[in-house]
Design a binder for this molecule. Structure first.
Ligand SMILES: Nc1ncnc2c1ncn2[C@@H]1O[C@H](COP(=O)(O)OP(=O)(O)OP(=O)(O)O)[C@@H](O)[C@H]1O
Length: 612
């Protein structure tokens, strides 16, 4: 057996920086977050040793454009020579966690991965750090380069504890050194910190986070500071809000403000909540911190109990997060329920704007549904109505489960004064079906198009005899569309025809439509699919003999006129029901129009070409 040699892994630092900047961080500006976090952690570490110490952070911009330098200074714990070798120079090593495997263990620090500082190489070709450890000794200057080399120099004197990080603008990174932008970002990241962050640019110095709200430690107290809360929301989230809900978990370790969006949003909108960890912004678009139904709010949330991932943009999906999400959701739900009791007008305004979000919660929580069902709006044959309006005259509520079904029956149902709810929108059918469980007086029933047709009046035996021939021509005409004719009387009289589809006929119809536009290979698959459905897949065209045009068609003697007229009524009914037409049906429509024009013109000529 040959002797084995042991080597050490080498790290290609510039390769790693490349990976971090292109794959881990969404934007180079996060370098600022990382250095600020280090400053905050250094302040935390020092205050753990000396409870009387009050930290502060200072940033200074010198030079302009490509000649800019940014200095970030804290008066925190600082680093000794050993710390520098161990924590600054060893990537993946951090002074902020217990042991190498303690990545998810809770600490009082924000950092834990030991890579954040590298993000500075996205905007600077060198990181210079001057640090003085609170443990004493001489101050040190450390210079790190992206090629993986670093230098340490001991300074002559002992300074007061703390660290200064200097970053010099790298080519093409001027925008990350613009004074206005920097101040905005510093505010974004540090607005909630409990000690001052100052910024100096030339002669001017100001405190960036000068108006830290006092109610942050107890969000419940935000109720009494409406203007201040709304202003903070606008400043941090860039939108003008009118209403908000304080958030708090049972332990009090996570809190926040959920601002109610002043406009409706759809289900797929990206939820963007700002989450502050130990009062520092870590994520501007955390999606997983509120329940899915809470898409009607945009929130500012602060926590000291969740663990961010290395990119800081999300939090570990663990039991803790699950519990926090649940409890923040409970805060919102409890507030909505409180509104239902004490301020129903406010709740109704929210429901009016955010019905979809409210329905999403109602589907999940029947007791919530029970409280708010009366104000939920639905599209019905009586127009868009709230449940309490629909229930006012004790009518039974029929509902469909798809938009297609609703379209098919809406004409006839309204003509018969049936109250039908369009259950084609997300959550609607489910909620209407649930309604009797939360309200004893509510009667609901699922309606299918075939049910509506039963309410039509049959024609008499005499009429059947009278129209026998014409119905036969009509049936033959629509045979090729797999559609049968039913001659009935129904309201309204001005509705000549109504097209209905059974589920099978509907499946077949969509196969047929795709066949007429599909390439050959797919056509044969569709062919075999459709042949298995064909037997029973008939649609029905109900013709209304109450309608004077239909009556005249059936009394006509000219067979070809009957056929064309029936075909036209068929395509017209398809269009009314918003069904896509296949090639054959389009042809029927085009030829029919031309033939009727022809007939019309000839009739006109026969009368001597007069126009009145
Ligand atoms: N301002 C500072 N004061 C004192 N120590 C610092 C400072 N900045 C960095 N350090 C030291 O350098 C180490 C590495 O910092 P780095 O930002 O790379 O990682 P981290 O903060 O430990 O973890 P993360 O990658 O999660 O941010 C820190 O663990 C800390 O010991």
């Amino acid at each position: 057996m040959s002797e084995s040699d042991t080597y050490r892994f080498q790290v290609n630092l510039s390769g790693m920086i490349n990976i971090l900047s292109n794959h881990l961080y969404s934007n180079p500006k996060v370098f600022l977050r990382e250095v600020l976090q280090n400053a905050v952690d250094a302040v935390t570490a020092r205050s753990q040793q000396d409870p009387t110490y009050q930290g502060s952070i200072h940033l200074e911009l010198t030079g302009t454009g490509a000649g800019s330098t940014l200095m970030i200074e804290d008066d925190g714990i600082g680093l000794t020579r050993e710390d520098v070798h161990e924590f600054l120079a060893m990537i993946g090593q951090s002074s902020k966690r217990g042991g190498a495997d303690a990545f998810t263990q809770e600490t009082s620090f924000i950092g834990r991965f030991g890579i954040g500082l590298l993000s500075c190489f996205m905007v600077s070709d060198e990181i210079v750090m001057v640090t003085q450890s609170a443990k004493g000794g001489k101050a040190l200057e450390w210079r790190g380069n992206p090629d993986g080399t670093y230098h340490i120099r001991e300074l002559e004197t002992e300074l007061s504890p703390g660290t200064k990080v200097y970053l010099r603008c790298k080519p093409d990174c001027e925008m990350y050194y613009e004074s206005e932008l920097l101040q905005q970002w510093i505010y974004d990241y540090g607005a909630l910190l409990p000690y001052p962050i100052t910024f100096r640019d030339g002669q001017t110095q100001r405190i960036v986070n000068d108006q830290r709200p006092l109610w942050l430690d107890d969000p419940e107290r935000a109720r009494g500071h409406r203007e201040e809360v709304l202003q903070l929301g606008q400043r941090l989230l860039g939108e003008k809000f009118q209403d908000y809900i304080p958030l708090k978990t049972a332990s009090g370790r996570t809190g926040g403000i959920a601002f109610i969006l002043p406009h409706s949003v759809n289900l797929n909108v990206k939820k963007s909540n700002r989450v502050y960890l130990k009062y520092m912004l870590v994520s501007e678009k955390a999606e997983n911190i509120l329940p899915d139904w809470a898409f009607f709010v945009k929130s500012i949330i602060w926590t000291d109990e969740l663990q961010p991932t290395a990119s800081r943009e999300h939090f570990y999906e663990n039991e803790k997060l699950e519990q926090v999400r649940q409890e923040l959701g409970d805060s919102i739900r409890a507030e909505l329920l409180r509104m239902a009791e004490y301020d129903p007008d406010r709740l109704q305004r929210i429901i009016q704007l955010h019905a979809l979000s409210m329905k999403a919660l109602a589907v999940e929580d029947i007791s919530f549904f029970q409280i708010i069902y009366r104000w939920l709006p639905f599209e019905t044959t009586y127009g868009r109505r709230k449940v309490h309006e629909l229930m006012a005259d004790g009518q039974k509520m029929y509902y469909t489960t798809s938009l297609d079904e609703y379209r098919q029956i809406t004409h006839v149902a309204s003509a018969q004064s049936l109250l039908v709810v369009n259950g084609g929108y997300v959550y609607d059918a489910e909620l209407i079906a649930l309604l009797p469980e939360v309200c004893a007086e509510a009667q609901t029933e699922r309606l299918i198009p075939e049910d509506v047709s039963l309410a039509f009046t049959d024609i008499t035996a005499d009429e059947r005899k009278q129209y026998y021939e014409a119905v036969r021509y009509a049936d033959v005409a629509l045979q090729r569309f797999r559609c049968q004719i039913q001659l009935k009387r129904f309201k309204p009289e001005d509705l000549p025809a109504l097209f209905t589809l059974s589920q099978e006929a509907s499946d077949l119809r969509s196969i047929e439509t795709s066949k007429s536009v599909s390439p050959l290979a797919l056509t044969s698959v569709l062919q075999s699919l459709s042949s298995s459905l064909q037997e029973s897949a008939y649609s029905t065209l109900y013709l209304n003999i109450n309608n004077s045009v239909v009556e005249r068609i059936f009394q006509a003697k000219n067979e070809s006129m009957i056929v064309v007229a029936i075909e036209m009524l068929y395509v017209n009914a398809l269009m009314m029901g918003h069904y896509p037409m296949n090639r054959q049906e389009m042809q029927v429509l085009n030829q029919g129009i031309v033939r009727f024009l022809d007939w019309g013109l000839s009739a006109n000529n026969d009368q001597g070409g007069h126009t009145e």
